[in-house]
Design a protein around this ligand. Structure first.
Ligand code: GLU
Length: 434
């Protein structure tokens, strides 16, 4: 919970709601802005997205009947470049969530110094309930409803929870078919995270997990944790959780517990991340995995590990979970997995929290590489993608570490400060029109 109303949010007419994700996120960002003494106009600009688009569109279901869906695209800020961010397909997608995630995208891109702004979108739908044909029609109709509110020079969607490369391919193809002649053959830079054969990038699928591993490799040794010897647990075994685990396996880390929407599992001797990924792919979740014992959720949270990696949805860790968690470092693979009260609880208990805008920035960073490749009609090798990603993630991690020392603040505030310093510098140069 945000403990008190923020004055900027009050001025903008927000009715104080400590459980509201947008208010929580904006309050944290604005607190960092205060720490830097940023001008009020900049705080006002960042406290609301530039554009909030909501669309309703019909989709023909396999049964022959029609369903009406609600879709969103929120464009938070484009000071540094085109709006950029994922498209989420999930039953709990709401305007407030999408707004929060778009603000986090602005912060993420600024922290990594990418020439991109922040946006986010999604559709309120349970993708598990749709056939492939229904999913394709939904994606295409949603994309056409957005029309030229997206574009390779304007707003560039990408995968997020519930979406994948196949869906990004349909999105790009639809955009290319409905826009002008110039985009017909060259417009696939409108979306990133596409299949490799249709302009996708090497390394994009594993990118968020890879970025997190690059962050851990520079930050853990400073906290006296050796990745080759550490134990860790993961919440969520989708794209981010499973790729992080598969890449940590190569470094010798031991995965002892996993929690997802189907249940929780534990194996003190460690689980094979690749085998578990194959099992989840086939069975839809970790429940029933033979090489581990089933445990309840409380046991999962209390289980002792060196590093815990939440890689599922927002606000999963509240104050009560924060009081159970038994780890030295919590590395946020998901966006906003901890509530502000959980944050405070973890700090009191001496848990070092590595913030999401640093830990999961690998996804958008390789998206940037994909966009760049598309626009330059180039293809990078997997090695080049990895090398560039490592370079940018290490630089961002160093910026956060240095600022935390300089400002004597936690890593989350330091990450926001670093992003805000860059935005402030560019606003100083550009000014506010007219
Ligand atoms: N959805 C991812 C994120 O939250 C990736 C965004 C992108 O690649 O544009 O960072």
């Amino acid at each position: 919970m945000a403990s008190a109303p923020n004055t900027i949010l009050s001025e903008l007419g927000f009715r104080f709601d400590p459980n509201n994700l947008y208010q929580q996120t904006a309050t944290q960002v604005l607190a960092a802005a205060e720490l830097l003494d940023l001008p009020t106009f900049l705080q006002l600009i960042l406290a609301q997205p530039k554009n909030e688009l909501m669309v309703h569109f019909p989709v023909r279901m396999d049964s022959g009947s029609y369903k009406l869906f609600k879709g969103y695209r929120v464009q938070h800020n484009n000071l540094l470049g085109p709006y950029k961010g994922g498209m989420r397909f999930h039953p709990s997608v709401s305007l407030d969530d999408v707004k929060s995630l778009s603000l986090l995208m602005t912060m993420k891109c600024a922290l990594v110094r990418l020439p991109l702004g922040g946006g986010k979108g999604g559709v309120q739908v349970d993708p598990r309930q749709l056939s492939k044909g229904e999913m394709m029609r939904l994606t295409r109709r949603f994309t056409s409803a957005l029309g030229d509110n997206i574009g390779p020079d304007y707003d560039i969607p990408a995968p997020d929870v519930g979406t994948n490369a196949e869906i990004m391919g349909w999105m790009a193809d639809t955009y290319m078919n409905i826009t002008g002649r110039a985009q017909r053959s060259y417009g696939n830079a409108v979306v990133t995270g596409k299949p490799l054969a249709f302009g996708g990038s090497e390394g994009r699928e594993k990118a968020t997990g890879q970025g997190l591993v690059f962050v851990l490799e520079v930050m853990l040794p400073a906290m006296h944790i050796d990745p080759a010897k550490m134990t860790y647990s993961v919440i969520g075994y989708g794209n981010v959780g499973s790729w992080t685990a598969r890449l940590l396996k190569e470094r010798g880390s031991k995965l002892t517990a996993v929690l997802d929407h189907t249940g929780a599992i534990l194996n003190h001797s460690g689980m094979d991340a690749d085998e578990l990924a194959a099992y989840v792919q086939q069975n839809g979740g970790v429940k029933g995995y033979a090489d581990a014992e089933a445990i309840d959720t409380d046991t999962f949270y209390k289980h002792e590990v060196d590093v815990m990696i939440p890689a599922a949805l927002e606000q999963m860790i509240d104050e009560s979970r924060g009081s159970q968690i038994n780890c030295k470092v919590l590395a946020e693979g998901a966006n906003a997995p901890c509530t502000p009260l959980a944050d405070r609880m973890l700090e009191q208990r001496g848990v070092q929290v590595l913030p999401a805008i640093l830990c999961n920035a690998g996804g958008v960073t390789v998206s940037y590489f994909e966009w760049k490749q598309n626009r330059q009609a180039e293809r990078w090798s997997a090695q080049k993608v990895d090398d560039e990603l490592r370079r940018l993630m290490h630089a961002a991690a160093d910026r956060v570490t240095d600022l935390a020392k300089e400002k004597k603040c936690d890593m989350r505030a330091a990450a926001y400060c670093s992003a805000l310093q860059y935005l402030d510098e560019v606003y100083e140069i550009r000014g506010v029109f007219p």
